[in-house]
Every structure is written in C-alpha cells, then in structure tokens.
Design a protein around this ligand. Sequence first.
Ligand code: GAP
Length: 505
Amino acid sequence: MDEIVALCRRRGFIFQSSEIYGGINGFWDYGPLGTELKRNLKNAWWHDVVQGELIGPDGNPVDIVGLDSTIIMHPKVWVASGHATGFNDPMVDCKASTQRYRADHLVVLGAIEPGARLYAFVQADDEQRAKSEKALLKYERRETLDPTRHVLRPFTAISDDERSRTQGPDAKEPGSLTAARQFNLMFKTLVGAIEDPANYAYLRPETAQGIFANFQNVVDSSRVKVPFGIAQMGKAFRNEVTPRNFTFRSREFEQMEIEFFIRPDTAVEWYGWWRQQRFRWWQSIGLSSSNLQLREHDRDELAHYAKAGAGVCDIEYKFPFTDPDFGELEGVAHRADFDLRQHAEHSGKGDKARYFDQEKNDRYFPHVIEPSAGADRGTLALLCEAYTRDETRASKVFLRFHPRMAPIKAGIFPLVNKDGMPEIAEKIWKELRKSHVVEFDEKQSIGKRYARMDEAGTPFCLTIDSQTIQDGTLTVRHRDDQRQERLPVGTIGSWLTDQIQGRFD
Ligand code: GAP
C-alpha cells in the first residue's frame, strides 16, 4: 500500500489536502491524473446506470432520473432520517497522547487476573499489535505469550477497573484511556450571521436524503412511475473518529447513490436484481472477480428499518490493507418505506405524501432498494487493482487500468524529432484530443516515454516513425504485454474508440 500511496503522490493521482501546511487528517486532493480517473469512474456510473439501457427483472427498461441537491439542507431532514440522534460512533480518547480511537476498533491484550496490566491496540494494526505484545512481555519478564492466561478481548467488553489498568496504543503508562462515549459524525456549521443554535445546520453525511426529500417534487414534475429510480452523485461529509487507509475512510468523500422506488410486494425480486447488477458493474470496469465479493449482512448487523426487509449486502473489494479480508465498496439495501414515511411525518405532509398509482388506483409509500457506492473507494480499488510490478520494465511498475478508466487513453510520440515526424505526430494528437484525453510527448528517449505512460496507466502508445512517412501507418504499443502492431493513421481514431469501449480481460 505504501508503494501505491507513493506512486499516487509522485504521478499526481492523489495528494494529501493542504500538504504545504502539514496536511489535514482525513482529507485528500486529486491531482491531474487522479481527477481524470475519478471522473471516468463517475461518468461510467452515470452513463451505465442513469442513461443506460438496463432491463429490469420485470422485462421493462429501467427508468432512472438524476438529481443534484444541496449539501446543506434543513436541519429537520437529519432529525427525520435519524442521523441527528443515531449517526454516532463510540469514541475513546487517550488523555496522555491526545489520540482518539474508535472503541469498536480497539482490542485489549492481557491476563484476566486482578491487577494484571493490559494493553490496547487497534485490531487491524499489525504494528500496534506487535508493539503491545512486546511491551506486555517486557512488563511480565516473559519470552512468549501464555495462551492459557493471555487473552484478547474487545475494548467495549472490559470493566472500568480493567480500563484503569490498560495502556493505550500511543501511551507510555496505563490509565489514560477514557470510557467510550457516543460521537455524532455530522459536521456542524452555521447558516447566517448570528451565532445561535437555531441557525445550526449540517453538511450532509449521505446524498440519499436529498433524494427522499425531493421524491414528491420529482414525481410531480416528471413522468416517472413506480418502479423508477432517482440517482445522485456528490460530496458527503463524516467527521470520522479515525480516518485511515488512505482515501478509504475519509472525512470528505463522494457518493454515487440510487434510490430505486418499487411496489412493496416486488422488493425481493428488485433487491436480488440490483445486487447482481451492481456486482457485475464493478467487474465491467476492471475489478477482477477474485478481488470482489458480495457479502449478505447478518441479521444482527441490520439497521432497524431493514430488519424485516428483503436484505442488505455489501459489495466488497480485497484492498491491500484489508487482505485477506475485504472492505466495503458499495452497499445494496432494501430500506423499505422508512425514509419516505419519516419525511412525510416530520414535514407534516402525512398521508398526502403517499404515491398515487393511477393504473391500480392505489395510494402507498413505495419501498426503496438503495445501491450506494463510494466514488473515492471505487477510485482506490481501481488503483489497487491496476498496480502491477514488473521488474523487467524501465518503470518497474505499470498501472493496468481498463482502457475506459485510464486517465490518458494514448501517448503520441514522434520516434525522433526530425524528418517531419513531430509535425505528423502533432497533427494526429490535435485530431485525437477532440474526443479523447491523449498526450503528446517528444522529450527524452522512446523507452523513457513508454515508462512514463506505463506508470500513468496509459493503455496505448502511438509512435510515428520513418515508415509512417512512407506508408501512412504508425506503431501501436500495448501497455500490458508490450506487443507492437502497425495500424493506418487514418483509422486510429475509430480504433481507439473501439478499444476504450471494448472488452477487457
Ligand atoms: N445512503 C447509504 C449510505 O450512505 P454507507 O454504507 O454509509 O451508506 C455508502 O455509505 C458508501 O459510501 C460506502 O459503501 C462507501 O463506499 C462510501 N463511504 C462511506 N463512508 C465513507 C468514508 N468515510 N470515506 C470514503 N467513503 C465512504
């Protein structure tokens, strides 16, 4: 992962936000290549989902319309949605190190004996685990752990007395960890000039509520009929207690969400369809099946509104920092009619907010299937999937992006800067850049230019050489197997379009 982070910075995919001031934890900026990559992912989602030609389980074309709602909404939205009271993480502070941890991420190692010293660490952090084990062995003057005495327990399961004997992950002495307390993850802000609690508002923690709050507006202003979906992509903000793993858990991130409204009796059918649909979509943009899994939530994991529903599952990716486990890319949930009912009640619209089905002459609150994906996690998965070491190459590393996702589609090079080659190359570049992101490069040796493109994940390099002048063909060099072939200059634009839209194995 460290290598991927370093490459992202060096080649301008992702930078730490405000790096010149020492950075700000949990915030990331996308550089020129990263911006293209993330935009390709979002465009593909919008194109395939909203403008796509999906056929639903009922055999009809799937109808989805777009929405672009505000980041700051009326504070009552978050009361109705449950976020004002329920969107919390349990947090533990260390008074000695001033570090903050998620209580449910901490585990405690030590003997269950009165007076024994205990050591807390973040479960997924192997370095912290090794440090805690070493400290425990030193304190007890032992060579190895004793499995009959030393046990590992969740931090949330220990008593206050045990907590007072626990040394925090970044502390030198025991007793500095506070009890866990609930911490609301929404960022608070002030609307207007007067500093008054009545003017507090929140940055949205999900784009979904903008959709629910506009359900009636969309129904009244367009010709949609259940089943139909509303899609929205945009920023969401969560004041995560411990942002970690590069962009995976950020405090500002982008979501791509669909609320798909259905008749309640069709929930099982649509839930199953969306689950498969979304899994296949991630595969179609280049994530391999061996790194993807669909995980159905256990009943005790389900949110209150999903308990009686058709199901909730996560589409998960095996990131280098979760390996051999998987981390969530997208959730697909049957949210029943929870949100529409809540907004009907809290807005005072009541039963008038129910949807009217003209054909069936029936009024009801539609149920919702929600596929909710993260654009930053998706971009990170694409980077991790693409990262390929190859010691035989000058670059040692290349990024094997699906051509549709690649930030630059082709590099265009004159072999040498004479005999009219730069002029032909520049002409081809000017033509291709009308419809694709392509880069013209005439500097350094051809090997170095290939290496630069390999590291950027550019699938094709087009080289203009002396044969181009004789027969009007150029050399195409393929990134993945470094194969070369000659193609006529005149067909290169349509060839490139085919490659970008084509299959990728
Ligand atoms: N409306 C449902 C919802 O927001 P979620 O599972 O909390 O569900 C959906 O979020 C997706 O948003 C996740 O699958 C993930 O891809 C992305 N996401 C959530 N929290 C994130 C964070 N702190 N940093 C980056 N992405 C995040």
